[in-house]
Design a protein around this ligand. Structure first.
Ligand SMILES: [Zn+2]
Length: 1005
């Protein structure tokens, strides 16, 4: 099976690879396959294929279509990229698959049937599930722990059914083929002996000297017999690892077949070999060029029943170096700044997709021609943002394992997507909110819809978003427009900066809502001073499902001290002069432990370090030790890097106290909405813990945490005494140490791309590096029997571990100076100031369930963390030009039903340019735990047949149940109430919106 592995970015950028190598590979593929008429090829990365196709001559386009239609070129997986499987969250994983499948369906008229995931560093259960639900029948995996490879080979389990942990019936099973050897190159794919296989790589390019050019000689009539028998022996040994007699032998490597001569060299020699073998019946063998589909056809004609495996293939480990295991658990946490940026684009794109689809369907329905025109014109921006996000799911992108300048290029693309999707969200929200009179006025001037903007600016990706203070005029309120993209009602604490102290906030009905004013601190070099020109406003918003609502900030004519937070600090600067009266009275932090308390929670903090020590649930009276600790593993030089994680076995201390050099500067703000404690350790870390004074669950009993950190900055010695100028070989983690009894061999649970939870049990002898697992959103530990559960929810991908009983930790940042010898050739030293956001929940549980699940409260909070409220401010419209709200659905969906996306599908003839009137709607049933008692105040119901009484506020002319990527129709639905989404599953529906009848023709008078 000839193939070529093309990374859309790694040592070069996506575009550099395309122009230097991949464009030639695709060009040669079409040209040389027409010459070698029995040769085959497979292709996976649609990001590259679409780029080539758009530039190709129509004749070559047709030739490609013919090759695909005839089956000689098989499109494998058909994702935009070969997605990473550890760090990628469900939304983006599906986004890149939809983008690829829609392009293939619209442009080539083809639907992938086989998966090919051969380079991601470990394999999860989410990819097989999504492939199955997208209509693929089988898939291939490659990089798994060498001990598993050995076990699968011994048991002849290399072709098995991949089953989801929650799926006892096997409805989502997909046939999975594990490659038996280390990697997919020819050296490692013809059989067990790399030195023999090297002799079967016939590429000879002038000027290239490699291990195979030395080893291999072309096949001719003199050596064919000897070589054929040598190769057959390798094939036979490979076949012995499976219960059938079919062998799949990939012939390729990274960026292969870029020279036309390689096509001819590989073809000619292999053609001679297989002609020789096939013509001699004594060999009892038949060898042919083929594709994945050919392999699975042969296997399925021989086997009916397959062994079933559940779980996943993390942590990946190779034994390339010195025959000792090297664990690939570093990349789970490498370059967190990019992992956060990725999730910001996911949230922003999702909000833009929902608002765009809603506004577009609404404008068509209402006959708003100018809005339709504006949205038509901007569809390409939505497509570009999808593709920029999709590109970053590649297994060298979100993993952080590309060279620094390539990571820079990815980030520019993510930043462009963020900018465009925010602009689109503003445009669509404005169209939906404008009053008819205002719309008519704008129509008459052909004015753009550019009045709603984010309340922050971010001129470059390298800096964090900076909130801009809102000035509140005396005569009219400032509007804050908020979009809740969830299909459930939610309460959120909204934060904006304002330039006035004395204000009042009202909701869309004009009712005053709870609010709080916090100080904004500024480092004077002589302590921290409170700014008198800007303040942080917190208010509680009650947001209906899939709705846009506007809240108003009013300036009061007299002081409103009730909203102002009480302020305590150990580091505030003295007032500049005696006449100055600061806006907040600041008190000293008293010595001893610090307590923050609400109606539901009592938190105790270490008064010296500002770190949480224990949590009391005031309703049950239960006290749980929750000691937070920051420290770092010193890295083993050259063995810990972008991919690998290995603490230095010779370090003086196994854990280094990275914060020891700085005085902990404490800041406490407490007011009507929230009480929070922030602790600053120079510019290395600011850690904030916040509880809310609200009555609604789960906000009332959950703990919010935020880390702002920077291991890469240059520290001014007066600001941060005791810190080295640069951290080196430092892998900083945040650990929560509890008195939860999760076993002597501690058990914990990590999410699989946000789809479900996977159980993990510590294996002590392989070290901490073999016990770090990837999370994209959640990790939890719980008592073995009835007791407590601790859940940590995160807003970005990271590694997590439960190394000792009662402990749960996440890796926060990694700075490793040296390359870890897995191909990238660099250390990782481009750290930036980064923000990580978390929820910490301590819940009562009746004990572990057979299938671990997050609680309903955790699901609700994780959705809120993943998809923050879109906050927009109005620049240039009068308050009376905007309606106070707009609603897409008439009633919330039941709590477990998460609306993953509504995505306007492209016009098939112009898949990158124009929207169609059909939108894809995807639901996820987030089956909640049955053993935790926590509740969600805004929950409508827990049913899984969701839609009784929930209607869209838009007219729909057609509804189809489809495969996840909308390439297979699975029947017509009369209404959403006919849709059934079983627990844990995803379901997709296409909605077609009616075109209004054209206006009657004008009649002559
Ligand atoms: Zn790769």
């Amino acid at each position: 099976m000839p193939h070529s592995h093309n990374d859309p970015g790694w040592l070069k950028t996506y575009e550099e690879y395309y122009f230097h190598q991949t464009s030639k590979i695709l060009q040669n593929m079409v040209e040389r396959l027409r010459v070698h008429t029995n040769m085959t090829f497979i292709w996976s990365e649609i990001s590259f294929l679409s780029l080539w196709y758009e530039r190709a001559h129509p004749t070559l386009r047709q030739q490609l279509k013919d090759l695909v239609t005839s089956g000689r070129v098989e499109i494998a997986t058909g994702g935009w990229v070969m997605t990473d499987e550890a760090n990628v969250h469900l939304y983006a994983m599906l986004d890149q698959l939809i983008e690829g499948h829609q392009w293939l369906s619209n442009v080539l008229g083809v639907r992938p049937e086989s998966g090919w995931s051969v380079d991601p560093f470990g394999h999860g259960a989410a990819v097989p599930y999504l492939l199955h639900e997208s209509g693929l029948r089988a898939t291939v995996i490659q990089r798994i722990h060498y001990a598993w490879k050995q076990w699968l080979a011994e048991q002849q389990l290399g072709d098995f059914m991949y089953r989801q942990v929650w799926d006892s019936a096997g409805d989502s099973d997909i046939l999975c083929h594990n490659r038996p050897y280390d990697i997919y190159s020819i050296k490692h794919s013809c059989g067990p002996h790399p030195q023999i296989c090297l002799g079967f790589d016939f590429r000879k390019v002038p000027g290239e000297y490699t291990e195979y050019t030395i080893k291999s000689v072309p096949i001719d009539e003199h050596n064919v017999k000897k070589k054929a028998e040598l190769l057959l022996e390798q094939y036979g040994r490979t076949g012995s690892l499976y219960p059938h007699n079919v062998v799949l032998v990939p012939i390729g490597d990274d960026f292969r077949y870029d020279h036309a001569s390689e096509w001819d060299q590989q073809y000619t020699s292999y053609h001679r070999l297989l002609t020789h073998i096939n013509s001699d019946p004594r060999y009892h063998a038949n060898v042919q060029f083929g594709t994945l589909k050919d392999y699975f056809n042969e296997v399925q004609s021989r086997m009916r029943d397959y062994p079933t495996l559940q779980g996943d293939f993390f942590v990946y480990s190779d034994i390339f170096s010195e025959g000792r295991p090297a664990y690939w658990s570093g990349y789970y946490s490498t370059r967190p700044y990019w992992k956060v940026l990725d999730r910001q684009l996911e949230a922003s794109l999702r909000a833009a997709e929902l608002l765009y689809s809603w506004a577009y369907a609404w404008a068509v329905q209402e006959g708003r021609a100018r809005v339709v025109q504006l949205l038509d014109k901007d569809y390409d921006k939505l497509v570009r943002a999808r593709r920029n996000l999709a590109l970053f799911q590649h297994h060298d992108a979100i993993t952080g394992t590309s060279k620094a300048y390539v990571m820079h290029d990815y980030a520019i693309k993510l930043h462009e997507g963020l900018h465009d999707t925010l602009a689109l969200a503003g445009e669509a929200a404005e169209a939906l909110l404008l009053t008819p009179a205002a719309m008519t006025a704008l129509d008459s001037r052909a004015a753009p819809l550019h009045h709603l903007h984010p309340d922050f600016e971010r001129s470059t990706y390298e800096r964090l978003p900076r909130k801009l203070p809102l000035t509140i005029p005396r005569d009219q309120p400032r509007l804050v427009v908020m979009f809740n993209s969830l299909a459930q009602r939610r309460y959120e604490v909204i934060k904006v900066l304002v330039s006035s102290l004395d204000i009042r906030v009202t909701d869309e009905h004009g009712q005053t809502v709870p609010a709080q004013i916090n100080p904004v601190w500024n480092d004077t070099g002589n302590g921290m001073a409170i700014l008198s020109s800007q303040f942080e406003l917190l208010f509680v918003a009650d947001l209906p499902p899939l709705s846009i609502v506007t809240y108003s900030i009013h300036l009061l004519s007299k002081p409103n001290p009730d909203l102002r937070a009480s302020v305590y600090s150990n580091s505030y600067a003295p007032a500049p002069d005696q006449n100055y009266s600061p806006p907040f009275e600041t008190r000293d932090v008293l010595s001893g432990d610090i307590q923050l308390e609400s109606d539901h929670l009592k938190l105790l903090f270490d008064g010296t370090t500002g770190m949480l020590r224990s949590t009391t649930n005031k309703l049950s009276g239960r006290v749980t030790q929750t000691t937070v600790r920051y420290a770092a593993y010193p890295s083993a030089q050259f063995k810990s890097g972008a991919y690998l994680f290995k603490p230095d076995p010779n370090a003086r201390e196994p854990e280094e106290d990275v914060l020891a050099g700085a005085k902990a500067r404490l800041f406490i703000h407490s007011g009507p909405v929230a009480s929070e404690l922030s602790v600053m350790f120079g510019s290395v870390l600011m850690h904030t813990t916040r509880i809310l004074h609200v009555t609604h669950q789960p906000l009332a009993s959950s703990i919010y945490m935020e880390n702002v950190y920077n291991l890469g900055g240059r520290y001014n010695s007066t600001e941060t005494p005791g810190f080295p100028p640069h951290f080196r070989e430092t892998e900083m983690f945040m650990r929560v140490m509890t008195d939860i009894d999760n076993g002597a061999e501690p058990t914990f649970y990590t999410d699989q791309s946000g789809l479900h939870m996977q159980k993990r049990v510590r294996v002590q002898r392989i070290g901490i590096q073999g016990n770090y697992f990837p999370i994209t959103s959640a990790a939890m530990i719980e008592d073995n029997g009835p007791g407590r559960r601790l859940t940590l929810l995160t807003d970005h991908a990271a590694g997590a571990a439960a190394w000792q009983q009662g402990w749960l930790e996440v890796m926060v940042e990694r700075r490793t100076f040296y390359d870890d010898a897995r191909g990238m050739g660099e250390g990782v030293t481009d750290q930036k100031r980064t923000v990580g956001r978390y929820w910490l929940l301590v819940e009562e549980t009746r004990g572990p369930e057979p299938v671990a699940r997050l609680s309903l409260a955790a699901h609700h909070l994780t959705n809120g963390l993943n998809y923050p409220v879109t906050q927009l401010i109005n620049e240039g419209l009068n308050a009376d030009q905007l309606n106070s709200g707009a609603h897409l659905i008439t009633k919330p969906l039941p709590c477990p039903l998460h609306l993953l996306t509504i995505r306007t599908l492209p016009e098939p003839q112009y898949p990158s340019l124009l929207p169609s009137r059909t939108a894809l709607m995807i639901f996820q049933h987030q089956a909640p735990s049955c053993t935790t008692s926590s509740s969600v105040a805004t929950c409508a119901s827990l049913a899984d047949s969701p839609f009784t009484g929930t209607d869209l506020t838009l007219q729909v002319s057609g509804m189809q149940l489809t495969s996840l990527t909308a390439t297979i129709s699975r029947g017509t639905l009369g209404s959403l109430s006919e849709l059934h989404v079983p627990p844990h599953t995803l379901r997709a529906v296409t909605l077609t919106f009616p075109q209004p009848p054209p206006p009657p023709p004008l009649t002559e008078k």
